[in-house]
Design a protein around this ligand. Sequence first.
Ligand code: HEC
Length: 264
Amino acid sequence: MILRSITIFLVLFGARVYAEPLSLSVKEISKDLAAETVTIKVIELHESDENITNTVTYTGIPLETLLQYLYPKAWKAFDGKIYFYALDGYLSIVNAQTAREGEAYMAFARADGQPFTVDNKNQQEKDVPLAPFYLVWDNLKDPDLQRSNSYVWPYQVFRMELVSDTMLQQSLLPANATPAVQAGFEAYKNNCLSCHNINGFGGKKFGMDMRQSIKGRTRSELYEWIDKPAGINKFTAMPPLDPGFKGEDRKRIINQIIDYLQAA
Ligand code: HEC
């Protein structure tokens, strides 16, 4: 519904609104940016591991070029986060600065005419559809991108949005937040926002607003959800908090996230 009203809005007014989520049409974009379309060969992250290196050549548009096209006024001076919304509810977040480094491409087809799908080894899924858009990185040119998993490769991207840090803070951080709540907010943004939303900001992997879902839950229940969700629901689709956080550090971060959620 939201998607449709935005599309109608764009058609009626022809305007591209700063910070509004924009739905992406392959048809429109590949026509308007035909001259900017390139082929890009990458080591396909989802189909490679330490032992296997699988390269694929995609057809797409440099991310920067797409952003300039989508946000002709706002993009130039923008210094916040780019949100990529996927059809499966996942939200990926990329720094504007990272996009400016010019290594990212929004692919919309394979250059070899093969189906626009991928095998996601990590999730043991075959022939996952990538359309409408798939964010890929030039990891052949920049080997750093092969190691780092902080660079996200979201697929089924149907919508993008520019979200400034100030805007997110104003919408999600309560006034007079204590330092613990502020720290929890930072940790929430980094670890939870991609799947959960508050106030419509964030992923929709689990549809409900986080403030609703925590109602009536005790601190220890919330602690377990974050620390070890499989302890509550063996079949949960939620991963535990990054195992890189250990010991006292882990306890502190989980408690700060709970402080934040209870204050939000
Ligand atoms: C990769 C996606 C993902 C991430 C990241 C994630 N969650 Fe979840 N979360 C889910 C899903 C999906 C569920 C639905 C429950 C299930 O599958 O059992 C869920 C359920 C929950 C619930 C229970 C809600 C209910 O009403 O049952 C809480 C609380 C929660 N998550 C908090 C968090 C917090 C806090 C973080 C960050 C530390 C986080 N989640 C990170 C996907 C995620």
